[in-house]
Design a protein around this ligand. Structure first.
Ligand SMILES: [Zn+2]
Length: 641
């Protein structure tokens, strides 16, 4: 390797002809900005080399997120435009492409190979020499760490080779939409407000659905199915319930070519229908508890919709239970909430705050509602699951009675709890970064992607044989979420293109195998979260992969927990509340008297709502933010999805 290439192995670690293994933990030495370069380079370098035999000076640059090709940036500027990063012809031997970082975020006008971070010096229109023959690729050494703009900056790459999604820090909603669409999780449908869940997104949903289903069954519930339509008279039986849903209900008024005698609601939820039906099932205390769960779709006509987060139709689970006593029903509400906590924290690595909803936020018709609240990367809250104590309201209005042990006829106590495809949105927003999705290994459709690296046919054969040899071992690997889910990416694309493809989709681990690795009996494992690399003997992968995935899962949870802690603030006055919410956002723990008027005032003034009164919020005498009346404990406020 010559002078241009000298320096850190990290810039070269991906190269097929790299000299020795990538340095373990080398990313820790990469300052912000340079980490990008290490990641950006392969895509372009390979793209260049792929085109060696065609038209070397008319190369196209792949759109790394969509896989399509686009014109090189700045192509139209043409020869003669100012070239800030021009260097003289390489001092190294013939036919060499030289790259160098283009400095902090400069776009190189006039250079067809310029990107946000790279300038292709040799393909620059100013370059006098014509390139012929086979090419080799060299990278300049990274700038010294001391030139990093912020010495304390994290070493995690700020931006990888995903160049076509909006940066999370610049525009969170646009970033979210980009990730959902470009990672092919979901797309818009011909019906406004509804979504099409694509295979990758559906796979993420299936994983959390199946895990929750295991919890539901483990705690004694049975799955059932009820119809999509609810007769109007039934929905209107419980006055408060129908009032809460009325504007959102979609009605079927015509069917079979004529107007219906009674309109049918497309279920916004199934309480009313279930209460009506189960009165025949519940006659005696022996019929209780009745523990049912439904996996279905519901429709709530939303005016402002966002994929996964708020759609007119969504998939969910709704549990409905009936109990002889209030205490049993209260325990059931807690059981539902615990199932949600377990799925959120242990499966999705999203820490949650458990608590009780305020009266205004309580489910229509319920006595009280409990919920779990999670913090997203933009510091806003998302309600990740709710569990409702329905008391005897629904049973009474439906006329359900049972004969109790004391020979008295009584109305049973009901509960309901729901968890929806909204949690796919939560998973995206709780972990994602500038490069796209970051998926917890438990829920990732693919936990590992193997990227073969080769140039010649001989190399390809060697790498192919090595991967063949590895596969029996990989098939035996068991992870916390079942057999290892992995794929080998043999597509006719450059390694960089593949890295980008799988990074955008949040695959936790990448295994790079090139001819030198094969010779050394090892492979390079790269983590999606921080792009940390390590070389592992191939024979150790069977043992190490489950450990690495478990550690990754734990680290994601810890990272989210730290993020939440850093962005949770205790405030005591309304002025402080407004200032902190505006300047920092996040979760605000503040005293509130419990009055709905004060709650509404805060919402009108600031956009924040009470999320929950956390179970673990200690007794603490204080004074309400708005009217100064006594408050017994702090309540969690936040702007929310
Ligand atoms: Zn108050």
């Amino acid at each position: 390797m010559d002078g241009l290439a000298g320096g850190s192995g990290s810039g070269l670690g991906w190269l097929p002809g790299r000299e020795g293994p990538a340095v373990v933990g080398d990313s820790a030495e990469i300052p912000v900005g340079w980490g990008d370069v290490a990641g950006t380079a392969p895509a372009q370098a390979d793209r260049l080399s792929d085109n060696t035999n065609s038209a070397p000076h008319r190369l196209t640059r792949p759109d790394y997120a969509t896989g399509t090709s686009s014109s090189p940036r700045g192509k139209s500027a043409g020869v003669g435009a100012a070239c800030r990063f021009r260097v003289s012809a390489p001092s190294t031997p013939q036919d060499r492409l030289a790259y160098r970082p283009s400095g902090p975020l400069h776009v190189q006008d006039g250079c067809p190979w310029a990107t946000d971070r790279w300038t292709c010096v040799s393909d620059c229109p100013h370059r006098p020499r014509r390139l012929t023959g086979p090419r080799r690729i060299r990278y300049r050494a990274p700038p010294s760490p001391s030139s990093s703009p912020c010495p304390g900056a994290p070493t995690v790459a700020r931006q990888g080779f995903v160049s076509s999604i909006t940066r999370q820090s610049e525009d969170f909603p646009a970033w979210y939409n980009d990730v959902v669409l470009k990672a092919e999780l979901a797309s818009y449908s011909p019906v406004r407000g509804c979504m099409i869940i694509r295979p990758y997104g559906y796979s993420v949903w299936e994983s959390m659905r199946d895990e929750l289903d295991r919890h539901i069954k483990r705690t004694g519930h049975q799955n059932v199915y009820f119809p999509l339509f609810v007769p109007r008279s039934l929905l209107e039986k419980e006055a408060e319930h129908v009032e809460g849903f009325d504007p959102q209900v979609a009605w079927v008024t015509h069917a079979g070519g004529k107007e219906l005698d009674e309109w049918l609601a497309i279920r916004p939820t199934s309480e009313a229908l279930i209460a009506e039906v189960v009165k025949d099932w519940i006659q005696s205390y022996r019929d209780l508890p009745l523990l049912m769960n439904l996996w279905n779709n519901v429709v709530r006509w939303e005016l402002r919709t966002r994929l996964f987060l708020r759609t007119a139709e969504f998939l969910w689970q709704e549990a409905h239970t009936f109990h002889a006593t209030e205490a049993e029903a209260a325990a059931e509400v807690a059981t539902g909430l615990e199932a949600y906590r377990a799925v959120s924290e242990d499966w999705l690595a999203i820490p949650v705050v458990r608590g009780v909803k305020s009266r205004a936020e309580t489910f229509p018709g319920a006595v009280y509602s409990q919920a779990i609240e999670a913090m997203m990367r933009d510091r806003k809250a998302l309600q990740a699951g709710t569990s409702h104590m329905l008391g005897q309201n629904f049973a009474r209005s439906a006329g359900i009675e049972f004969l109790d042990r004391d020979n008295q006829r009584k109305a049973p106590y009901g509960t309901s709890w729901g968890f929806s495809t909204r949690m796919v949105g939560a998973t995206i927003m709780a972990h994602g970064d500038d490069s796209g999705l970051v998926l917890p290994p438990n829920v990732a459709p693919q936990q590992l992607v193997i990227v073969p690296i080769f140039r010649s046919e001989d190399d390809r054969a060697a790498v192919d044989a090595a991967i063949d040899g590895l596969e029996p071992l990989l098939r035996d690997v068991t992870t916390a979420s079942g057999p290892l889910r992995y794929t080998v990416d043999w597509r006719e694309e450059s390694p960089g293109f593949k890295y980008n493809h799988w990074e955008l989709r949040g695959v936790p681990l990448r295994l790079e195998i090139g001819p030198r690795d094969v010779a050394a009996g090892q492979a390079v494992l790269v983590r999606r979260l921080d792009r940390a690399k390590e070389s592992l003997p191939m024979s150790a992968l069977g043992e190490q992969l489950p450990l690495r995935l478990a550690a990754y899962q734990a680290e994601l949870f810890r990272r989210a927990l730290d993020f939440r802690a850093d962005n949770t603030h205790h405030v005591d006055t309304y002025d402080e509340f407004k200032r902190v919410l505006e300047e920092k956002g996040g979760f605000l723990m503040a005293p509130w008297c419990g009055d709905a008027g004060c709650e509404k005032q805060i919402n009108t003034d600031t956009g924040a709502t009470t999320r929950v009164v956390p179970f673990d919020s200690p007794d603490e005498a204080g004074y309400c933010l708005v009217d100064g009346r006594p408050s017994e404990r702090r309540v969690l406020f936040a702007r929310a999805y």
